[in-house]
Design a protein around this ligand. Sequence first.
Ligand SMILES: *[C@@H]1O[C@H](CO)[C@@H](O)[C@H](O)[C@H]1NC(C)=O
Ligand SMILES: *[C@@H]1O[C@H](CO)[C@@H](O)[C@H](O)[C@H]1NC(C)=O
Ligand SMILES: *[C@@H]1O[C@H](CO)[C@@H](O)[C@H](O)[C@H]1NC(C)=O
Ligand SMILES: *[C@@H]1O[C@H](CO)[C@@H](O)[C@H](O)[C@H]1NC(C)=O
Ligand SMILES: *[C@@H]1O[C@H](CO)[C@@H](O)[C@H](O)[C@H]1NC(C)=O
Ligand SMILES: *[C@@H]1O[C@H](CO)[C@@H](O)[C@H](O)[C@H]1NC(C)=O
Ligand SMILES: CC(=O)N[C@H]1CO[C@H](CO)[C@@H](O)[C@@H]1O
Length: 897
Amino acid sequence: MRGPASPSGKISFLKTLVVVALAQSAVAAVVDPAVLDACPGYSATNVTTSRNGLTAQLVLRGPACNVFGNDTERLSLSVVYETRNRIHLKITDASQARYEVPESVFPRPQAQSVPSRSSNIQFNYTASPFSFSIYRTSTREVLFSTSSHPIIFEPQYLRVKTRLPANANVYGLGEHTNPFHLPTDNTTLTLWSRDAYGIPTSTNLYGNHPVYFEHRTTGTHGVLLLNSNGMDVKLSSGEPGGPALEYNVIGGVLDFYFFAGSENDPTQVARQYAEVAGLPAEVPYWGFGFHQCRFGYKDFVDVASVVSRYAAAGIPLETMWTDIDYMDRRRIFTLDPDYFPLPRMREIVQYLHNHDQKYIVMTDPAVPYLPDEGYTPYDHGKELDIWLKAANGSESLGVVWPGVTVFPDWFHPNIQQYWTDEFLSFYSPETGIDIDGVWIDMNEPANFCNLPCDNPFEQAIEQNMPPPRTTLPPDPNAPIFVNATSSSSSELKKREDLLNPPYAINNAAGPISSKTAFTDIIHANGLSEYNTHNLYGTMMSVATRDAMLARRPGKRTLVITRSTFAGAGAHVGKWLGDNLSLWDHYRFSIAGMLAFASIYQVPMVGSDICGFGGDTTENICARWASLGAFYPFMRNHNQDNAISQEFYLWPSVEQAAKNAIDIRYRLLDYIYTAFHQAHIDGTPILHPVWFKYPKDANTFAIEHQFFYGDSILVSPVTDEGATSVSIYLPRDIFYDFTTLAPIQGTGSSVTLTDVDFTKIPVHIKGGAVLPLRVSSAMTTKLLRQTDFEFVIAPDARGTASGSLYIDDGENLVQRGTTEVGMTFRGGRLTVSVRFGYATGVKVARVRFLGVARSPRRVLVDGRAVERSAVVYDQGTKVLDVTIGVPFKKGFSVELQN
Ligand SMILES: *[C@@H]1O[C@H](CO)[C@@H](O)[C@H](O)[C@H]1NC(C)=O
Ligand SMILES: *[C@@H]1O[C@H](CO)[C@@H](O)[C@H](O)[C@H]1NC(C)=O
Ligand SMILES: *[C@@H]1O[C@H](CO)[C@@H](O)[C@H](O)[C@H]1NC(C)=O
Ligand SMILES: *[C@@H]1O[C@H](CO)[C@@H](O)[C@H](O)[C@H]1NC(C)=O
Ligand SMILES: *[C@@H]1O[C@H](CO)[C@@H](O)[C@H](O)[C@H]1NC(C)=O
Ligand SMILES: *[C@@H]1O[C@H](CO)[C@@H](O)[C@H](O)[C@H]1NC(C)=O
Ligand SMILES: CC(=O)N[C@H]1CO[C@H](CO)[C@@H](O)[C@@H]1O
């Protein structure tokens, strides 16, 4: 969902003046590094070392430099070896408490410690000027070192600068639109939640994940700075002291977690980060189905017709979505009585549920400010006193879609009651809209009111909020779901300090209160929006998940949010926001998705397929339908003023969608199993190529190929009109997903030609046993009734392994689950089953890939099978064995020559 339509020239002119005026009142963020490096730094005293860590006092070492405020005289340092792979280092003001990310929002791991000598990374320091380093125990290789630059600690400015190796491989520090492999010569990554229409490159976006992984051929490690204040993280190479990564933070404390990672398995660092950020929440099985959405479905007839037309086109549609169009004058928790009347909407939801399909609508945080109008969502919130307040105690007002609005205070003790009550009544299965999941948006929070926003009422009128409808309402009795024919077509007290800190982060919206809630707002628990702004979306996410759990106790829920903070994945999924129908955005979606799934531990992620803003084209939409089938969260969504882009509108797009969804659905249990593993231990469900080939430097900067799960290499075509693509195949055995024929990778680029617009290159990495459904289905419910086949794709040593996890797909707590392990070696496939959930389906056949010649005989559980059950194809080297074994217990299949 984007901001309002381009404002008139008059408004944008006014806005520019205001932004310039406010920006000038802050010191520019560009500071000569020499000035910062001339700061005195600190001396460590009273150092107390224990088996498990160290504490010390840090005392300002010389005359204060007072760059953005007075230097804090005395600091406390604590270092704890929390696990063998994690060091927690914290520097705080020794004389007074400062703001820290609340435990309620980011629960810290349970207090624990290990002897330092057992740790895989070590802390080391120099007393004066104080600096510290973290090095890898086994190799003594330094991973983080502040030795070339003094630490600066001021009330509203903290700086820590670490050396990087030349041409460092750094990933993370989002949300942003830079490449996945971050350019390190001169990049500023700003963390400050922002409604960022068109997701412009190199600007701050919706979410905040102050964590990075750094990879070297000698190992991979990670660093989290647990801080929710606005910050600029700068990567530079051309400065004295060499390449560096520099944190410039406008509040909070220096709360670092260093993760040892591993010398040869990059996924270890992801699991170690998950121990702090939390493990991803499981989502319902149906959440992996295909979702259709847009902004601009004009009425209930429109919504129903899209459902019918997908059915008519034979494209599996799992979930229909509706954007804010359904609301009465854009007011949340309402339905437009003429365009989306309750009885007709209930009919649509009922129809979907009868067809094993789902329904989701958008919920925004901003509630229209409507005192004395009998609008319950406002009155109820007022009664519970949960709105954000201005300094004088009045409700803080903004302008969002419905006009003038208030914003919920997610820190208020009554907030969960409010949100749950509203969900229970509006989304009531008995009397309201019986949604199956939730989409939450605008939760940075977004605000259209231009600073200084002293008259939101006037601005709401000038900006035409809410915009009037442009179509006539449909006949309230219009028939729907008639058979459609396929068309194939610390507290800082001063208001000024909270609004305009001396160090101005590089917020693309200008001053930090611009286009969002005022940063001088004090929440119900006394915390300022200045400190907690970056937590707003993530807190709304948790409240929304809890409200959904109240509606359907015990059921997993799908909540998709726009704004996130570190740890959000433990509660919700995320879409990448308002991109455009451009090839650049198609390509960059891979970087955005990889960052969330493989680094930030928010694996349920995807971008708007075919692009949100701007008109899509047949070619980009066809390619995007294919690529999007490999996003964990697959949704087509676009903007109200753009042309329609449902997959059935063009023949090539329809075919591309069918082909790709066919692969996605057949692989659904494979990715569901990977997701379950992520939920258990943080193993990523997507992998950049270097995660799998950490010693192959050619893979470190690959942006457009990735692994979907452990073993499926996806290599999309990346250019307009192209039917060829140059891909990198590491030195390893691969198998073409379509033909199943082996291809030997040689550690070089390969050009694939004749890649039809409806196809996407997909390869299986040797070493995998894939649990595939034998065929796709129109809904995930039907898919679950389809038999499996195991595809055995051996590595160079002739071995392979895989796993399959099956549960009921819906409940948070499972009565029983079925866990299957598959291993192949020496020509023998051994399948072990821990049976606990009855699937009702069988393993219909096993397919052995790369088989040099037909075996003399094939034994299942030691008994030779009939010749007719075995089919060998010399051309592709695929051997198929029909078996039809139920899942009750293990079995073996042996090839004998
Ligand atoms: C160091 O410890 C001593 C004794 O506990 C105390 O008097 C002194 O203030 C401490 N120094 C600092 C800088 O905290
Ligand atoms: C900052 O330091 C200056 C000079 O040392 C002093 O005059 C001023 O009061 C200090 N300001 C604050 C807010 O402590
Ligand atoms: C620890 O730091 C000290 C002082 O800078 C240095 O002399 C020493 O070599 C370092 N030790 C290791 C193992 O890096
Ligand atoms: C770094 O990038 C900024 C922003 O694009 C630019 O203004 C600056 O000149 C660049 N600095 C160097 C040393 O290239
Ligand atoms: C309270 O402050 C807001 C702006 O922060 C202002 O618009 C409003 O008029 C004030 N209300 C009162 C009662 O002073
Ligand atoms: C649509 O067609 C199917 C089979 O052709 C039929 O069973 C169904 O009742 C029809 N639905 C409507 C709403 O007419
Ligand atoms: C929603 C979406 O696809 N977002 C992507 C759009 O493009 C930018 C780059 O401009 C990516 O970084 C986003 O991930």
